[in-house]
Design a binder for this molecule. Structure first.
Ligand SMILES: Nc1nc2c(ncn2[C@@H]2O[C@H](COP(=O)(O)OP(=O)(O)OP(=O)(O)O)[C@@H](O)[C@H]2O)c(=O)[nH]1
Ligand SMILES: [Mg+2]
Length: 296
């Protein structure tokens, strides 16, 4: 029998390149929220992929960008930290829009030089095969990448090959987590993230970036086959609160319905979801509040 292997693999890259989509695809289950807007992920999200002879522990991370608030600082710091703690780094870029200079800066200033790095060229469904070669050519000059793997995180093409290759690079090691554990995130955190995802998908301009979600109560009532959740959506300005609530409460209702469906799917139970909106001025630049909200 092959010796058991295990390792920590960090998925890093610019915002919006598909890091969270890739984590969900690898796990075959949605644990990381996704949107078409950049800076969706704000914290490190751990996901565990078990097979007969390996345990691969992935970190999805916030997209690396130039910070403009303390929240951004914390996001970039957590990506950087996940890089330094990894046995292997997957640097993601987009096939149709590779940002070579930005990735070069990430490689030079943020990523530890001793950790092996694969270049993952995502979204190959959006380009002709021939153009993938020119992306590989351009990146070859930047860094001695261990592997170049083109894939489509959205539909899955190339993901099995990625997993086989990752397994070759991780060391022999123990099973860190029991087989039935897929993530270290709390149930409350997952529910809050699902609400935040719907806000990211449904609102525009500065609104998604001004929102944080806190779970006030989370009550599992198995005898009623019901999960009751009450959550507060925190915004920075009164005007944002008005937009989130919408005319006659329409927007909040829509977000609530979509979030409830998503939470029901994940927890396999009926959910009663109550949402409130509260203004907390400048929370995204307040170290104490950021800490309380889990962005410390
Ligand atoms: N066409 C296509 N779209 C993709 C693919 N992978 C991800 N996307 C889309 O890209 C957008 C961003 O995906 P995310 O997974 O949220 O990206 P991210 O890198 O986690 O973004 P941040 O958390 O903001 O750093 C979403 O609209 C995804 O549906 C892919 O392989 N093909
Ligand atoms: Mg993400």
């Amino acid at each position: 029998m092959n010796p058991f292997k295990s390792g920590f693999i960090s998925i890093l890259g610019k915002p919006n390149v598909g890091k969270s989509t890739l984590l969900n695809r690898i796990l075959g289950e949605k644990i990381a929220i996704v949107s078409e807007k950049p800076q969706t992920t704000r914290t490190r999200i751990l996901g565990i992929k078990n097979s007969a002879d390996a345990q691969l522990i992935f970190y999805d991370t916030p997209g690396i960008h130039i910070p403009r608030s303390r929240l951004h600082n914390s996001m970039v710091h957590s990506a950087f930290k996940a890089g330094t703690e990894a046995d292997l780094i997957l640097l993601l870029t987009e096939a149709q829009r590779p940002q070579i200079e930005a990735d070069q800066l990430i490689l030079k200033t943020l990523l530890p030089s001793q950790v092996p790095i694969f270049l993952i060229i995502n979204k190959i469904d959006l380009v002709k095969k021939a153009s993938i070669l020119s992306v590989i050519d351009a990146y070859q000059a930047l860094h001695p990448f261990q592997e170049f793997i083109p894939l489509c995180a959205l539909h899955g093409e190339g993901v099995d090959l990625l997993l086989e290759t990752v397994q070759k690079y991780v060391p022999q090691g123990p099973k860190y987590f029991p087989d039935d554990v897929a993530t270290d995130q709390s149930e409350r955190f997952i529910a809050a993230e699902m609400i935040r995802e719907k806000i990211f998908q449904r609102t525009y301009q500065e609104i998604p970036y001004s929102v944080s979600v806190t779970i006030e109560s989370f009550k599992d009532e198995p005898e009623k086959k019901l999960l009751s959740i009450s959550a507060v959506i925190i915004v920075e300005k009164k005007s944002q609160k008005a937009i989130l609530i919408g005319k006659g409460g329409k927007m909040l209702k829509k977000i609530g319905t979509e979030a409830r469906r998503e939470i029901e799917l994940f927890f396999h139970t009926r959910v009663f979801l109550q949402l409130w909106v509260k203004v907390v001025k400048d929370w995204s630049d307040n170290p104490r509040l950021l800490d309380e909200m889990g962005y410390g």
